[in-house]
Design a protein. Structure first.
Length: 378
């Protein structure tokens, strides 16, 4: 880690985040899981606590930090087992797109309310027939005078029910392939023809609203275009390493949490006159898991440093996402097994962690695609 980093400042932030989550989130987890969505009020509370847009400059209402600050928030959400509160897409994906590609007017219009929790952000790339293959998207935007007319459907959109501002990827030139994709800022309250589909039922992350979004002749003003027309795919590719590192960072933190929960359980649970930890198999399983989590921690911390320095390439981002999410699923499964029948009960945190982990191998680009990206660099 860079010697110039104020470790004390980062630990102070971690303590503040932990206090906030224990006070404002943990008591409501079960209720939110049953509802399939978190209360909008928690977003306002997170904004008041200074936990939104941590890496956005203070001039736009953000925390003025770096991705290191965002990583701490990601880790602490994993520590309480509640990635359902989808602050990371808002903080580390949507806000950076607006910061890097938006006009000054767009930054002033959206970043301060996003930092306050007054506007919740989402990004809409995936479609029913286009997931990891973004070039196959069918959502389109055509010119109509100075305006754009947006049509299409998106699916599996995190924060989809709550979102006030959605970055939508659409084809503006169907004949141009990747060079025909553009990004648009859609204010949901002002977009006639925009509608939300159902809040999708999932096997994990039950409190994270994940939705279908529909755009039926949505008329957008010229200044809804984010960046230049036809540059959308390039913009997406530039930002994907950070999005994939978000997944990797969260995965390693979840590995560590799974091991902590499991150690506490096996040291208490008795079988055949001894604790589960006294069995060699238990110790070997946890020894392997601890070693792998430690390897992951070192790698992810290095990737965070590379990202902050502007040196994290797409291949390494793909490695972080693939390895982290795959290894988390392996470790979560092995840890759950040590709980026996209790591991399958929803009242135990390991059950939620196990179910929540699985999506990491799918979103942000499937792990098969990650391996293909890595292989192309060999």
């Amino acid at each position: 880690m860079d010697a110039n980093i104020d470790v004390g400042e980062l630990e102070y932030l971690r303590e503040g985040i932990r206090r906030f989550l224990n006070r404002a989130v943990v008591p409501h987890r079960d209720r939110w899981r049953e509802a399939g969505i978190v209360d909008r009020a928690v977003w306002r509370a997170a904004g008041d606590a200074g936990l939104l847009c941590l890496a956005i400059p203070e001039a736009y209402g953000g925390g003025g930090g770096t991705f290191r600050h965002e990583a701490i928030l990601i880790e602490e959400l994993a520590r309480i087992g509640f990635g359902d509160l989808a602050l990371s897409p808002h903080n580390a994906i949507v806000a950076p797109y607006i910061l890097h590609y938006g006009t000054e007017a767009q930054r002033q219009a959206y970043l301060p309310p996003m930092a306050r929790g007054a506007m919740i952000g989402a990004i809409a790339m995936t479609e029913p027939g286009a997931g990891s293959d973004l070039k196959a998207m069918r959502t389109s935007a055509r010119r109509d005078g100075e305006d754009w007319i947006l049509n299409g459907q998106k699916v599996f959109i995190s924060n989809g029910q709550l979102a006030d501002i959605v970055i939508v990827a659409a084809k503006t030139d169907p004949e141009a392939g990747a060079r025909g994709i553009s990004l648009f800022l859609v204010e949901t309250a002002r977009a006639e023809g925009f509608r939300r589909g159902r809040n999708l039922a999932k096997i994990g992350r039950h409190a994270q609203d994940t939705s279908e979004l529909f755009f039926d002749d949505v008329r957008l003003p010229a200044d809804a275009l984010l960046g230049q027309a036809g540059r959308g795919f390039h913009q997406l590719m530039q930002q994907l390493p950070q999005e994939r590192l978000v997944i990797g960072v969260g995965a390693v933190a979840a590995m560590e949490v799974a091991i902590e929960h499991t150690l506490a359980y096996v040291r208490e649970r008795e079988m055949f006159g001894q604790t589960l930890f006294d069995f060699q198999n238990t110790r070997f399983v946890l020894a392997e898991a601890k070693t792998e989590a430690t390897i992951g921690r070192v790698f992810m911390d290095w990737c965070v440093d590379r990202l902050v320095e502007g040196k994290l390439d797409a291949t390494t981002g793909a490695m972080a996402k693939w390895w982290g999410s795959s290894k988390l699923c392996e470790i979560a499964d092995r840890c759950l097994q040590l709980f026996g029948g209790y591991g399958y009960m929803a009242e135990y945190p390991i059950a939620h962690l196990w179910a929540d982990a699985r999506v990491g191998m799918i979103y942000g680009g499937s792990n098969e695609v990650m391996k293909e990206l890595i292989a192309r660099s060999l």
